[in-house]
Design a protein around this ligand. Sequence first.
Ligand code: BT5
Length: 260
Amino acid sequence: MPNSSDIDLSILQNITSETKRQWLYLSKTDSTNTEISRRLHNHPPEEGLVVIADCQTSGRGRLGRVWHSEPKNGIYLSTLFRPALSPEKLPLITLMAGLATVFAVNQIIPCPVRLKWPNDLLLNGKKIAGVLCENHSTQTPAVIIGIGINVNHSQFPSEIKDIATSLKLETGLKVNRTSLIKNLIMQLDFQYNELKNNKIKILLERWCDNTDLFGKTITIKKGNQKFTGKALRLDKLGRLIIADKLGNELVLDSGEVSLA
Ligand code: BT5
């Protein structure tokens, strides 16, 4: 491990947990999600593989979007889960991972990070982290959870500088990435266990307690379609329910939310 990184694998390997984990630290990769998907094709890894990179050259968001991955200042982490969940419940994994990330970050900084459905974390209204879940199931289920967190960035490229922020920019504190990754892994363990134990209702209640979305008028872009309405609640599969101006309820399973 290069000395210049504050990611200390020896601390992470000592996290006590029921999950048997394999750790892979890379100083550079294209994308930690892609790194795991390659392994799924070659030597399928067990649940619990965690890949962390100090730098991503092709960090990805949803729908092929770019995830700006500044070397050494962010957390770029992917992990493999093999959940025994029916396909319609798989979107709950994104919500579970976002919730785990909120709790992990909020243990470290003084001002609360909030969730934006389905996969964003916001701090003071700007994006601080994102979750990318990719389902690679063939015979055995395999979901790659990728989490990107802006930690010690001092600036962002012009195309995202108005919408993105970092923990350091918002709090003035330099955060140790090993401590934050440790929190994140422990939270992922805990929330994933809740999901496996079918505590979906509690998980969704916790998610709803950590968002500012409900009661607001929002617009959701989904492909070429746009829906505007008041955000009401999540249903039991984690889909967002909004009411349009006539009071009709619409159920959305994905999309890009913005305040109307
Ligand atoms: C996401 O996508 O928010 C999911 C991001 C997941 C990144 C992690 S890093 C580890 C793992 N390996 C990967 O390759 N990916 C995962 P989405 O909701 O589609 O948001 C993407 C949009 O967020 C972009 O189009 C930009 O507008 C904005 N964006 C890009 N980089 C950002 C950053 N660092 N911080 C805040 N916003 C960003």
